[in-house]
Design a protein around this ligand. Structure first.
Ligand code: KG4
Ligand code: ZN
Length: 348
């Protein structure tokens, strides 16, 4: 079976094609996975503008489709999977309308996919993966639009334990990076500056809060952290604000504050629910320092818990994760996809 997947929920236009097995021989072959990023367009605004993004998706989709099909050697498509939410509504509709036309033309079937769920399954390129060995799991999905701790009882059975009450973790990276005059998206830019922070770099008295870390719930708040960074920045002389020493110290402290809160709450949930694994996903999970510290802490505190980290290139938005989720959905008895439609605020 050939699955073609479309992802247009935010500012990346993605199309992927996978070839899967007959039931007897589990196999997933990635035929193509093309992502066309709109970073250059949104850079000047320091964030994503929905209607600009929609226009770019409309422009990019036919080109990305052609490229993905060519790379996959123009196979016959059986299933079209498409992100229906959560995301930016005008962008979601662009993908869904493109999918509808394809389905009609190719006489294929259409499968609506939840973007957050797909970030979880970006980890599992293995068709033989035994879900009984992975689940129950705690999944942390951290991106530019979402920060959620999810209890995954098994495939298709989710409970959101906590989420951000304001900004997402990625948004906090992006906004503080903009304040420091760094590039968009802010996550990779902050990561780079934080790495340059050496033992000899002065901290310049920067000490940021770890919001909601000691509260009993699994919720987050990153808007307060962003404001604390902003107040500190504003209290400095322009010469200091622009100095590399200040930028590196602020980047390092912000990154560590975000990592501390994410690790503490995720591990706490893993202990409370006695899970078999911790599964990360979303753009922020591409952060190498976060990945390193997650692995180290899980090893130290949760001996028998596995840690799944998506490949760095599959952490950020892509259509392969949409195709994989469709694959597992079709293999399962879960029939909920038969009634899902576009929903910008779709929940798990
Ligand atoms: O999952 P994603 O591609 O799109 C959404 O669904 O939002 O995530 C994008 C977010 C951006 O906020 C970006 O700054 C952040 O992920 N990000 C990172 C890194 N790479 C991307 N944050 C921290 N460190 C990174 N290396
Ligand atoms: Zn995403």
């Amino acid at each position: 079976m050939i699955i073609l997947a479309i992802e247009t929920s935010c500012d990346d236009t993605g199309i992927a094609l996978i070839k899967t097995d007959s039931k007897k021989k589990p196999k997933i072959k990635v035929l193509s996975n093309i992502v066309s990023s709109q970073i250059e367009i949104h850079k000047k605004y320091g964030g994503v503008y929905p209607f600009l993004a929609k226009r770019e998706h409309e422009r990019n989709l036919p080109l990305v489709f052609e490229k993905a099909m060519k790379q996959a050697k123009n196979p016959k498509i059986d299933v079209v999977a498409v992100t229906v939410g959560p995301g930016l509504e005008p962008c979601l509709w662009t993908g869904v309308n493109f999918a509808k036309k394809l389905v009609k033309k190719l006489k294929a079937s259409m499968i609506p996919i939840n973007h957050i769920e797909a970030h979880i399954y970006a980890n599992f390129l293995k068709p033989k993966l035994d879900f009984k060995k992975v689940f129950p799991a705690i999944s942390l999905i951290v991106s530019g639009g979402h920060t959620q701790i999810i209890l995954v009882k098994t495939f298709g059975d989710y409970k959101v334990l906590g989420e951000t009450r304001d900004d997402a973790a990625g948004e906090c990276f992006d906004k503080v990076a903009r304040m420091l005059g760094l590039d968009y998206p802010g996550g990779p830019a902050i990561e780079k500056k934080a790495k340059e922070f050496g033992r000899k770099t002065s901290r310049l008295g920067i000490s940021l809060p770890r919001p909601m870390m000691n509260q009993k719930n699994y919720d987050f708040s990153f808007s307060g952290l962003k404001t604390a960074a902003l107040y500190h920045f504003k209290s400095q002389k322009p010469k200091v604000q622009k100095s590399q020493e200040y930028i590196k110290s602020m980047a390092h402290e912000l990154q560590q504050a975000i990592i501390d809160v994410l690790i503490y709450k995720t591990l706490k949930a893993a202990k409370e629910y006695n899970v078999k694994s911790i599964v990360l996903g979303g753009g922020v999970s591409a952060n190498k320092e976060l990945r390193k510290q997650f692995k180290k802490n899980i090893k130290k505190e949760l001996l028998n818990v596995n840690c799944y980290l998506p490949a760095i290139k599959h952490s950020t938005d892509n259509a392969l994760m949409i195709a994989l989720t469709a694959y597992f959905l079709l293999k399962s008895k879960d029939k909920r996809w038969k009634k899902t439609t576009v929903n910008a605020n779709l929940r798990l």
